[in-house]
Design a protein around this ligand. Structure first.
Ligand code: TEU
Length: 547
């Protein structure tokens, strides 16, 4: 299956299905759910990390890249999972967290013990002459990005939690060690790789303070050397497999750089995630804030990226949801009366686009954020740090909680809801995160009499069977409509017009003359009448097609 016809499903192993009753999802649980995954007909599954980890950042703090953490199972379980997925035509994509290791990793421990080879694996720097930290950089999880290196007078860099020490990619031994990790898992039959925050590996050799009033991330994000690192990693590992599928998580990236990362002529990655569209409900770019999403900005971003990546022959990973984001229905759709219709509309927006759509577990049954009532329900390090920072900066505990409830990463990490039972059929034990609305939203009910799962099956089938969906050029429709985001797809004589009403009230759009006699390829409503002045119902998507 060529890349443009593929759809990838993301599983957060900790929350997918618990086979041994310890309240945490595991690999054997995923094996048991392969028949469910087969129903969707996805091509590959991206697994968030299940490697040995102290779990300070839910597995993104890796202490051993080569071993399955016993919490999730054994290497034999993993090998069985890969084989059973392959037997039904589903590939395996693993999460390569190579910007940083856990401070419990042997490399860091050896560095602490004085081994200079491994001290060169990390960014170790002395305090500045005035006693301040090596640079004024902020951790993305709040607080300074430097912590004391053991009992030395040095500090080590951590762009994330203090238990996640950044690797120095300028060191060729680090890059060779990272390629070795990828090759080890290639040897296990893994053909897909997601590279965590890979565009912050290109920090300058001389680390300096960020000028006052600027963000430190500007100094180390998307630097030109990242393209070199990716070319080298490609040649040394996954680039040796004709059918490998790779995706880079690119924080704060640009269209130009993303074309560079993904244009096949560059031999870097297959595609990239960018996050700009998921910051349109941030006040002044600040995640820990609340506002309705900015629809004009959202349309502009979706259109700019589709246009720019198309023009440069780049390739997008298309997504609304992942393990770091609150559920899209709560942010861009409607978790109430129009939960299903808005979920179908959001899915149509990305599945009819040019790129590779990703489905995050539970999205296909319309899962929404949990209705937690207290901070005690939240466990994610980023959310807990944010709550404390909001209260310190003067927010009331109530207001701080309201913001965390809206934006916490825990929102998408609640257990997959298999049925309406007390723990949603996820575990016979005490779930590590509590589900709250499984009586209304669960796989069993959805498969019995829902429409959303079937709608996803249709979207996936269209990508595989309708060439213009997979390979059509993208073209802007209009960006001035205050409710509808639409776009064209063309391939030879085949034209699609994809229209999406983002709001709970009906609206009328003018259908271009050449499409008035088009046929309806897809809609999330029945009985669609195409006419010059066409009414779109609440959260209605319509895909018009003509040869
Ligand atoms: O996330 C990168 C990242 O910047 C996240 O902090 C995310 O963008 C943010 O939470 C959105 O508000 C990757 C992983 O996906 C994330 O789970 C890890 O915590 C992080 O890297 C560190 O490895």
């Amino acid at each position: 299956m060529k890349l443009s016809q593929q759809v990838i499903y993301q599983i957060y192993p900790k929350s997918f299905y618990d086979s041994d009753g310890d309240g945490i999802g595991d690999l054997r649980g995923i094996i048991q759910k392969i028949p469910y995954l087969q129903k969707l007909n996805v091509d590959m599954i991206w697994f968030n990390p299940f490697f040995v980890s102290p779990q300070n950042d839910n597995g993104y703090d890796i202490a051993d890249y080569y071993r399955v953490d016993p919490t999730f199972g054994t290497m034999a379980d993993f090998e069985e999972l890969v084989a059973k997925l392959k037997a039904v035509g589903i590939g395996t994509m693993l999460d390569m967290v190579l910007n940083h290791t856990s401070t419990q990793h042997a490399w860091f421990q050896k560095a602490l013990a004085g081994d200079q080879k491994y001290q060169r694996f990390y960014y170790l720097r002395p305090a500045q002459a005035d006693g301040s930290l090596p640079t004024n950089w902020e951790s993305k999880f709040g607080g300074p990005a430097w912590s004391r290196f053991g009992d030395t007078d040095q500090y080590y860099l951590h762009l994330y939690d203090k238990t996640q020490a950044d690797l120095d990619w300028h060191n060729p031994e680090v890059r060779a060690a990272c390629a070795d990790v990828v090759n080890f898992w290639r040897g296990k039959g893994v053909t897909g790789f997601r590279f965590d925050v890979i565009n912050v590996t290109g920090k300058a050799e001389q680390l300096v303070d960020a000028p006052a009033g600027t963000e430190s991330k500007r100094l180390y994000t998307d630097t030109p050397v990242v393209q070199d690192y990716l070319k080298e990693l490609n040649a040394a590992s996954f680039g040796r497999d004709a059918n490998s599928v790779t995706v880079g998580e690119m924080s704060s990236t640009t269209i130009a750089n993303s074309v560079g990362y993904t244009n096949p002529d560059n031999h870097e990655l297959s595609m990239v995630f960018n996050f700009h569209h998921l910051k349109t409900d941030y006040v002044d770019g600040r995640k820990w804030s609340r506002m309705p999403f900015d629809f004009p900005r959202l349309k502009r971003l979706l259109d700019d990226w589709a246009t720019g990546m198309d023009a440069g022959n780049g390739w997008q990973a298309l997504f609304w949801n992942n393990h770091d984001q609150p559920r899209a229905i709560n942010r861009f759709g409607d978790a109430g009366q129009y939960r299903i219709k808005s979920a179908e509309m959001l899915a149509t927006v990305i599945h009819l686009m040019r790129g590779t759509p990703f489905i995050y577990m539970g999205e296909e049954i319309g899962m929404t954020d949990p209705d937690y009532q207290a901070m005690a329900d939240y466990v994610d390090v980023e959310a807990l740090n944010a709550y404390r920072a909001l209260v310190r900066s003067g927010y009331s505990r109530t207001d701080a909680f309201t913001i965390v409830k809206t934006k916490a990463r825990d929102n998408s990490r609640t257990p997959m809801q298999w049925d309406a039972s007390a723990n949603a059929g996820f575990t016979t034990g005490r779930p590590w995160l509590r589900p709250t609305n499984q009586t209304k939203i669960n796989v069993e009910a959805e498969l019995a009499h829902g429409e959303l799962f079937n709608y996803y099956q249709t979207l996936i089938r269209l990508r595989k069977t309708v060439p213009v969906v997979a390979d059509g050029a993208y073209r802007t429709w209009r960006l001035d409509d205050d409710q509808v985001f639409g776009y064209w797809r063309t391939l030879g004589k085949q034209q699609l017009l994809v229209l999406n009403n983002f709001y709970p009230n009906a609206t009328t759009v003018t259908i271009p003359a050449e499409m008035v006699n088009a046929h309806v390829l897809l809609s999330n409503y029945d009985d669609v009448t195409v006419q010059a002045a066409m009414v779109l119902k609440p959260y209605q998507s319509v895909v018009l097609s003509r040869e």
